[in-house]
Each structure stands twice: as C-alpha cells, then as structure tokens.
Design a protein around this ligand. Structure first.
Ligand SMILES: [Fe+2]
Length: 266
C-alpha cells in the first residue's frame, strides 16, 4: 500500500502568496493525498479576517485534514489577548487547537500544539511541548504508519534561518521515536528540510515544509508531498515558480524494519 501525504505550512493569510495558495489547491487535489497536513501559522497576525480567509482555503483542501496552530495564530499584536486567550480565535475559526487525531487507512496522525501565546522568556515565538500531553496520546491499534505534527521543529535545524527553540523538544522527539512514529512534520522555518531525529535510529524523520506566504527565507514558496511504501519514504519539496509548482528537492528515506512476528519455539 502506498500512503500519500500532502504537507503544507505557514500560509500566513494576510501575507500569503496569493497565486501560490490558489494553485496549491489544485496541485494538492491532483496528488490525491491519503492525508493532508497543515503545520501551523495559517495567519500572519491572528486577525479575524485572516482566519476567515484561512478557513475558506482550508475547506478547499482534500480531507482528511490535520491542522495545528503556529505562533502567528495568536492575536500577534494584542499582548493582553495573546497572554490570556491565545487560541480562542483559532478555535472559533479553524477548530481544535491542542490535540487532534486522524485515523485513515494505513496511518494514524496526531497533532499537539507547540505554540504559546506568552512565555516566561523574551521571544514568545519559540515553541514548547507538553510531554505529559504527548505521553497521553493514544495511537490506536498498530497503524502501519504513525505521523506526528506540530508547528515548531523539535530540534534545531543546522543552517536554518530561524530556530524553534522548543522547550522539551529533544525529550519529545525521543518519546515519539520510542512510540514508533516515523514522520514528525513541522513548519516555522519556511524552508523545507529532512533530517533523521538524533538518537532515533533507525527511521524517525523530522520533515519541514516550506511556506506558502511572501515571507520566504531563501527558497521559493512551496509545499511538500510524501509517498510512503513498505520500505521507503520519499519526500519531495515543490517550489512555486510564479507559474507552477516544480520539484525543488527530494529525499529518499529508508523505513525502519517491520517488527518481526513472535514465533513460539517447538
Ligand atoms: Fe511562519
């Protein structure tokens, strides 16, 4: 069975690349995904009109869809709302803001919010993961593929223009690898990347999608497609040329070997 995941991120409605977000709808539909993941920062400043535009766009993406918020999906410039009720607009316009789950044929996908409205550190855009909530995630009955998404990369990506700075990120990555998760899909950086999570050998990969906004950081606007068969995972980052999406980069990854069935002696 081949599983097909469309991974989009950081549309930043209010600062979106209008042509790219529009064309992405058709490109994702043509890809015929088993699952569509949107890993946060759907808006630029968390304004109601940005959420309305984001919601209308999300509704046109193929289902099932797993969407998780990013740090920009809080009322960005209203520090009082941001501190007190950071995700009330996200909940109102988009949906569940903390933990979501999708069970599709052959896969289980779960999300956990890594964004915070306010934090006891100067940069509130950085991430944090609740390992208690992560521990409580129910993956269901042995799916063929486990996929996790949050907005911030759990580990910092070498050479990336921004860091996730995720509190408890390394611990979360270890927990996910031990739970048998093979794909950790994130955004935030605005550049696509693929990296094995350290200490997770073999086969738990951190995968970042680029942005569909005008806030590019050295690579074109774009999104990623992921094909998974029994032995391999193929990630393709597509970049927007101004006229179409073209392959920017691709990665072929080896899957972890399946657990051997226990055979009784004698
Ligand atoms: Fe972003």
């Amino acid at each position: 069975m081949i599983l097909r995941i469309a991974h989009l991120s950081d549309t930043h409605f209010g600062g979106e690349d209008k042509a790219a977000v529009e064309e992405a709808i058709g490109a994702v539909a043509d890809f015929k995904p088993t699952l569509t993941v949107v890993s946060g920062d759907v808006t630029l400043n968390g304004l109601p009109r940005e959420f309305l535009a984001a919601r209308a766009w999300l509704d046109r993406l193929p289902r099932p869809r797993l969407v998780t918020p990013g740090n920009h999906d809080t009322p960005y410039w209203n520090l009082v709302l941001r501190a007190l009720i950071p995700f009330s607009r996200y909940r109102r316009y988009i949906g569940e803001d903390q933990v979501s789950r999708i069970d599709a044929p052959g896969l289980a996908a779960r999300s956990l919010n890594s964004a915070r409205g306010a934090q006891p550190r100067p940069n509130w855009s950085k991430g944090a993961i609740s390992t208690e909530r992560l521990q409580r995630i129910d993956w269901g009955p042995s799916p063929a593929l486990k996929v996790f998404t949050c907005h911030h990369p759990l580990i910092d990506i070498p050479g990336a223009p921004v860091t996730g700075g995720v509190h408890r990120g390394a611990a979360a990555a270890k927990m996910l690898a031990e739970a048998g998760v093979e794909l950790v899909l994130t955004g935030h950086v605005h550049n696509p990347f693929v990296l094995p999570l350290p200490g997770s050998e073999p086969g738990c990969y951190a995968v970042g999608a680029g942005t569909l906004s005008l806030r590019t950081r050295g690579t074109p606007a774009g999104f990623s497609t992921i094909l998974v068969d029994e032995a391999r995972i193929e990630v393709t980052a597509l970049g927007w040329t101004g006229a179409r999406f073209e392959t920017e980069q691709s990665w072929a990854l080896t899957r972890r070997p399946p657990a051997q069935p226990v055979v009784a002696n004698g």
